[in-house]
Ligand binder design. Sequence first.
Ligand code: GLN
Length: 224
Amino acid sequence: MGVLALQGDVREHLEVLRAQGAEAVLVRRPEELDAVDGLIFPGGESTTMVKLADRFGLLEPLRAAVGDGLPAYGSCAGMILLADRLLDAPPDQETIGGLDVTVRRNAFGRQVDSFESDIDFSGLADAPVHAVFIRAPWVEEAGQAVEVLGRVVGGPADGRIVAVRQGNLVATSFHPELTGDRRVHAMFVDLVRSDVASRDIASRDIASRDIASRDIASRTENES
Ligand code: GLN
């Protein structure tokens, strides 16, 4: 598993991943990206991260990897990076994209530095997730293919979408890496493990198809 290590709360994500028994490494270069089965986009400052990704020659490789189905999880600024569309962002702010959502930056209000709430998070067993929001975005609109995993309960942001999944992409507006609640990371590690397993099966199928067609080809050659 990789954690994009350009800026933000990289160390916290690494620690949670390692606590899940996952082998976790830093990703700063395209070769490092090629070596991982799943990637976390940390919380931090999305404008800075995207500029650094561009400077490190990582922006296009990240878009290609995510577009190709690399499992990715973005928390807070990471959610902004995975969004296809942004609101309240500088007009030239680029994203990596992949999630068919419109994300509003600093949605809880610029003055509201941080805000905590219990979130009903579908797919997670036990009690709700205690979520910490720090100058956080929310999902203003989600496309058909996007599964809403969590919404704010109560308060002025009641009902706002703060956790989503679309295929291999997961994003939360909040920071489970800061609260010691490992369930969101555990869910993502499971997603990555099943993706690896299904790719192994697919490549075994391709390999056995190749062998079968080689057999047919050599039989046809022998017969002719
Ligand atoms: N407001 C930040 C941004 O737009 C995100 C804040 C965070 O990741 N805690 O990138």
